[in-house]
Design a protein around this ligand. Structure first.
Ligand SMILES: NCCCC[C@H](NC(=O)[C@@H](N)CCCCN)C(=O)O
Length: 452
């Protein structure tokens, strides 16, 4: 009987999966706005006279404040000091403010004319909104990671993280699928952004519901458990950055994600230039990638929870990543079906590594430093997400332009694919080092997450 009374709320399956569904929905809304403008590029050019450079400035704004003003790192510290309720709400407010500014700019309510720092006012203000949103959504990402650890540690941690990532990717897929038809239906390029604003309001309400659950979880924790929780101190940051395991995960993260997210931005163009796929159909092959991860990330997460082998899973993922980019680089089988097969293999690699990497962080870093640790990893990762697309664009323009007088392909993608492949090789090297470090320090990366 006493045992029953002392059960934590997270011991209830229904409660912890409900908590996950609620916060994952908030992330879905965030990922929707993150990618909503990409399919709108041609409409922005036609209706608002944006150039590719304007679009490039706007896209890179996502990382400005996170990378240069260290907002993500401050967010992580706030998370460890103030907890998931305060930080999560703050993140939702930043997402809403950012989205509202972006909508007002794209709809022409603000900055319709004139320039700011030499940029069109509309582009500058939309970028400002997106930069504020970028801080919010990334802080929401680390907050939700901490929420999941709070509810699922010692249980189905990797499955829960896999399901959260899969739900968030539905947001990305929605952005790809519904944005253009929605904008065309309402004959307004700003209509999808307004839809995002409404969804973010629902996502914020959803997080408020989570806050109630979080209070109940804490109330259900025994006094002993609460006492064990020491407060976060600034010196903890130094403890994190002195930890070799932390750096190995952060490096693996930036290398692996740099070889996937920036690749996706160019994948449609690769399909046209190398595999001679029709422009209208070329987006279909890369879209298989997020679709596959939807099912495979939770699947591999579940495998990690039950069988362990986290470090090995990351090594296998890195090997597959190298193979994929090598196959895209080599001048063999320039056929659409071959590109499709290789893309499916990339989907498997892109499910393997995240499903094992994110749930491994709590095995290396104590829970009270987790927010800061995730924030530092995201910060390192954001440099790659910001820099690599620019690097590839520059390489394409400088070294890969082909003579198009005969109507042939405009770019030779061999060099960019070799660059992506090199990221994979270094990632493999890091993953092997991580496995060795795990053996030395006994983090338990090869052990199951579910405690029997
Ligand atoms: N529980 C960890 C979740 C991380 C998921 C991961 N997200 C990121 O790495 C973000 N920093 C960047 C997302 C960019 C979205 N276009 C993910 O795999 O999505």
């Amino acid at each position: 009987m006493t045992e029953l009374i002392q059960r934590k709320l997270s011991d209830s399956k229904a409660a912890r999966w409900t908590a996950l569904a609620i916060v994952a929905f908030t992330m879905l809304c965030g990922y929707f706005l993150t990618d909503v403008m990409s399919p709108l590029k041609p409409m922005l050019e036609e209706e608002l006279a944006w150039t590719s450079t304007d679009f490039g400035i706007f896209t890179s704004a996502y990382g400005w404040f996170n990378v240069f003003f260290l907002m993500l790192i401050f967010g992580g510290m706030i998370l460890d000091k103030m907890g998931v309720r305060f930080t999560g709400m703050g993140a939702c407010c930043l997402m809403l403010i950012g989205c509202a500014i972006k909508y007002a700019a794209v709809a022409g309510y603000i900055g319709a004319e004139g320039t700011i720092f030499g940029w069109k006012s509309q582009v500058a203000l939309a970028s400002l909104g997106y930069a504020i949103f970028g801080v919010g959504v990334e802080i929401a990402g680390i907050t939700v990671s901490k929420v999941i650890v709070k509810w699922f540690k010692g249980k189905e941690l990797a499955l829960a993280m896999g399901l959260e990532m899969a739900t968030a990717r539905i947001g990305t897929m929605l952005a790809m699928a519904v944005t253009v038809p929605f904008a065309k239906y309402f004959q307004s390029v700003s209509a999808p952004v307004l839809l995002c604003l409404i969804m973010l309001c629902i996502g914020t309400i959803s997080y408020m519901v989570y806050i109630v659950m979080d209070r109940k979880l804490e109330a259900s924790m025994s006094a002993e458990e609460e006492e064990k929780e020491e407060p976060f101190r600034m010196s903890d940051v130094f403890l994190i950055i002195k930890n070799k395991g932390f750096w190995l995960i952060a490096l693996l993260c930036v290398l692996f994600y740099s070889a996937v997210f920036p690749f996706i931005k160019y994948a449609t163009d690769l399909m046209v230039n190398k595999y001679h796929v029709e422009q209208e159909l070329a987006g279909f092959i890369p879209s298989l990638l997020p679709l596959g991860t939807l099912f495979l990330t939770p699947f591999f997460g579940n495998l990690y929870d039950r069988k362990g082998k986290g470090a090995t899973i990351m090594i296998i993922g890195a090997v597959m990543l190298i193979g994929v980019h090598l196959l895209f680089a080599l001048p063999i089988l320039n056929e659409w079906w071959f590109a499709t097969l290789v893309m499916i293999v990339l989907g498997i690699a892109f499910s393997l590594v995240p499903s094992a990497m994110w749930p491994s962080v709590p095995k290396i870093i104590p829970e009270k430093q987790l927010g800061t640790a995730y924030a530092l990893i995201f910060w390192v990762q954001n440099w790659g997400l910001m820099g690599v697309p620019a690097l590839i664009g520059w390489v394409l323009d400088t070294y890969c332009k082909l003579d198009t007088t005969n109507g042939g392909p405009a770019y030779d993608y061999t060099l960019p694919m070799i660059i992506f492949c090199c990221f994979g090789i270094v990632a493999l090297f890091i993953a092997v080092m991580l496995k060795r470090e795990d053996k030395k320090k006994g983090y338990g990366l090869e052990l199951p997450n579910i405690k029997q």
